[in-house]
Design a protein around this ligand. Sequence first.
Ligand code: NDP
Ligand code: MG
Length: 382
Amino acid sequence: MTKAISLLGSTGSIGRQTLEVCEEIGVKVEALTAKSSVDLLEKQVRRFRPRLAVLQELDAAMELQRRLSDVDVEVAYGLDGLLRAAALGSSDTVVTAVVGVAGLRPTLAAIEAGKRIALANKETLVCAGELVMIAARRYGAEIIPVDSEHSAIFQCLQGCRDYREVRRIILTCSGGPFFGLRREELANKTKTDALKHPNWTMGAKITVDCATLMNKGLEFIEAMHLFRMPPERVGVVIHRQSIVHSMVEYQDGAVLAQMGTPDMRLPIRYALTYPERAGTELPPLDLLSCPPLTFQEPDMEAFPCLRMAMECAQAGGTACAVLNGANEAAVGMFLREEIGFGQIPELVERALSQISVKYHPSLEDILEADRKARECVKRGLS
Ligand code: NDP
Ligand code: MG
């Protein structure tokens, strides 16, 4: 079980819930990082007393240092600070709760330092899954998923000694706020509409990804890397209730599912206590009062992001980095209300058709593909 963590992205949705879990189960917090949220990071430092606090922006870091002059904590900034937090000697586990490809380098740094990774930052595996998994094997770093679907699969695989016994893994997908609508009905959906997720409260970027179903596409790629499955052995079903968090179908026909109320503190807690389980005060799943559990086929016509992600998974190389970079850029524009909802898949598709795929990419090739994809999305608007 984890004793002390570095928490990258502590001011976000996963970051804040991770701190709740740390308090509940008694895990020490050695480093906290954020991008620019000075107020919340200051509060977190006063409460959790880490050795190191990191902000991405210099001005914000200077302000934090000034405010924390009475506290024994080192304040650092920028990528260097983030990498130091990731490799900090006194942490045994690094929780990666940064959003986007910004999580890639610190995740690699944590792996190289041999840390256990509690991985929420799926974009890292989407862009550089092969590199990250090879590095994890080389440095003996365990990667324990925090994403609820992958945590479910990881739990259903406990006791499985040979992944050849698995016929396929089945990711469940809530369908998001626009489930059942046709593509033309989606075009003019607004930011407010997209930020209303039926079952989960999360950061803005992932909430929009849930509305386009890109989130499930990213999770499809994440699952392939985490569980060493080819795309044809990963399935997706719509399950509106978010009670079954995902399933593993074995060669003998047995299907194991992990169920629970939709609460991210459950997979976060498991990632920190694995291979043990800790008790909780949270209310248990009440099967008698939960709605009937239903499963349906996803609509790839209305939600082309899922189809594109599956195609990129098949293509390999830098295709997934282009997909992710274009999506991050397009979602950023949508959140700034510069483009409509219907333009997100259009801009991603444009980047995928214009940027050629490089196979067996290095880290530099992946970062270059990400940069080109973002530029292509920006140009698409002009
Ligand atoms: P949030 O947007 O709520 O939080 C993001 C965190 O990362 C904040 O602490 C933010 O700091 C920091 N951050 C943002 N940009 C940068 C950057 N460029 N460099 C360094 N730090 C940065 O995101 P979520 O918590 O929702 O998601 C985090 C990750 O977890 C994502 O990859 C998401 O896909 C994944 N995930 C989230 C789930 C959820 O329920 N929220 C479920 C499953 C997976 P600041 O506050 O200063 O901006
Ligand atoms: Mg998920």
